[in-house]
Design a protein around this ligand. Structure first.
Ligand code: CU
Length: 514
């Protein structure tokens, strides 16, 4: 049978929807299992990541309690894939695993045998409530007044009650990325991320991972008044929050949406399909066995053992598109990208590490004079061509360069910040009125861990790459572009405290021929 994953808002987002009521009952049963049980709630959260000090602080771990054997911890725990092309397929297997465990508990209690994990589509512009945390997660009690297992106290959001995600945080530009795999070295990171090995904590986020994934994590988790992170803000606690799984079902759905576009192609590189080679992905199943998997086995969600589909994929129009996409020749965009991927070239960088404290930080990126002029000339030529009434003798100019803003080695001691990055924001203007100058947003999910010196990348932190071609093009057209430098503003949603320890080692501009 193929299970159908439905929108959390399909029946109001509260407990009158049996899917959410039974989710609560299933979660409650899993939460009662001991830490040592690999089919239990806390074991599964630790598969994503565990920080015993944080867990203890929040009452999810008691020193001395029975733990799984060390060999089992080594096999399963601290496995989540971030800043890597494995981010998307690893999480598909992970959500599928808990979906089966929850369903099993629901069936034991006499609930629906066809229960499937709902998804939280916060980007649905047809639904005015879409960006609100669904009521089933915000209520402290179930309809019978018993405690609600879906409620989490350590969910601080951006300080509003109810929690509502800002509209600009749930936009879906990521779906426009033509390539799954990014090219790295200053260039865009692709829909799915850069080619890496097993990457529990890596360096560059793929576009879907950055936005909306990372930002939604922090927008929901936030931090307490005393600076403690919410569960969703940190990968070492995120899996403990029941909303985590609906967020990731949605990210997983967005992979399906991206793949349905016949021009898009998942990687065909055996290193992705059969990877990673350095550590296998593994999740528990309902019968207590271990399911080892590769990205190749995650490609078709309708095939065994995954066996699920999203409600929107049931319509016939979508089915036709899916068939068309699957019939596409193997050498699609992904193959072409390998052949003609052009290297990005450094145009300039700021002078020194920025420390982000309080209401924001500013820096100036000095541009190489010749390259800066060349960049501006490219936009001028395009503009001249577009507005000219007589076609030029030598045909259309070649497309202007893509301009890429790199924030390199972002480090932090805490994960709860959301920071907007602006280009040439005029002094005294309200940033919210100048979204045309917003290059991108960083959700600091996982930055703390990536900054620890004992991590595989030696505490390099994470890096982000934003496409600012449109912004620079508009600045040039309005005469506001200086080819000497670009000013960059980092503006946090909430004032950043000294002990958050946020630094950005270098901010640079790259150009890439299109
Ligand atoms: Cu996540």
């Amino acid at each position: 049978m193929v299970y159908v994953r439905k929108s959390v808002w399909a029946n109001g987002g509260g407990f009158s929807d049996p899917i959410l009521f039974w989710y609560a009952k299933g979660v409650e049963a899993l939460q009662k299992k001991p830490m040592s049980d690999k089919t239990g709630w806390r074991f599964m959260a630790a598969v994503h990541g565990i920080d015993k000090a944080l867990w203890q602080q929040y009452g999810y771990y008691t020193p001395g309690e029975a733990m799984p054997p060390q060999s089992e911890q080594d096999l399963f725990w601290n496995q989540c894939q971030h800043q890597t092309w494995y981010f998307i397929p690893w999480h598909r297997g992970y959500v599928w695993s808990i979906e089966g465990l929850v369903r099993e508990e629901i069936i034991k209690q006499g609930g629906p045998a066809d229960w499937a994990m709902p998804y939280w589509n916060y980007s649905d512009s047809q639904n005015p409530q879409a960006r609100m945390l669904p009521p089933a997660f915000a209520s402290k009690t179930l309809p019978d007044n018993s405690p609600n297992p879906l409620y989490v106290a350590q969910r601080y959001g951006l300080g509003t009650v109810p929690i509502v995600l800002p509209a600009k945080d749930v936009t879906l530009e990521a779906l426009l990325q033509p390539r799954f795999t990014g090219t790295g070295a200053g260039a865009l990171s692709g829909f799915g991320g850069l080619k890496t090995g097993f990457s529990h904590s890596g360096q560059v986020s793929g576009r879907l991972e950055n936005h909306p994934h990372n930002i939604v994590h922090v927008d929901v988790g936030g931090e307490a008044a005393n600076g403690d992170p919410g569960l969703m803000s940190d990968p070492d606690t995120a899996g403990l929050d029941p909303i985590f799984w609906l967020h990731h079902a949605n990210i997983d759905r967005l992979w399906s949406v991206w793949t349905r576009n016949p021009n898009h192609q998942n990687p065909t590189d055996p290193a992705w399909l059969n990877g990673p080679m350095d550590r296998k992905f593994v999740v528990p199943t309902v019968d207590g066995t271990n399911y080892f998997y590769t990205p190749a086995e995650m490609l078709d969600s309708t095939a065994a053992p995954l066996n699920y589909i999203y409600d929107e994929e049931q319509s016939s129009a979508d089915t036709v598109m899916m068939v068309a996409a699957k019939a596409a020749p193997q050498a699609g965009v992904e193959g072409k990208a390998m052949a003609d991927g052009k290297k990005a070239e450094l145009v300039g960088a700021n002078a020194s590490t920025i420390k982000l404290v309080g209401a924001g930080a500013k820096t100036s990126v000095k541009l190489d004079q010749a390259l800066g002029n060349q960049m501006a000339q490219g936009f001028k030529a395009m503009r001249g061509f577009a507005t000219s009434t007589t076609p030029p003798a030598d045909g259309a100019p070649k497309p202007a360069d893509q301009v890429l803003l790199n924030l390199e080695n972002i480090r932090a001691d805490k994960d709860a910040a959301v920071v907007d990055v602006y280009v040439n924001l005029p002094a005294g203007e309200n940033p919210e009125d100048r979204l045309d100058l917003l290059a991108g947003t960083i959700g600091f999910f996982g930055v703390r861990k990536a900054s620890l010196p004992d991590q595989p990348h030696g505490g390099m932190g994470i890096s982000e790459v934003f496409d600012i071609t449109r912004i620079v093009e508009c600045l040039e057209a309005s005469g506001a572009l200086s080819t000497d430098n670009l000013n960059i503003d980092l503006i946090p949603r909430k004032a950043v405290s000294e002990d958050a320890g946020i630094t950005v080692e270098r901010i640079s501009i790259y150009r890439q021929e299109q």
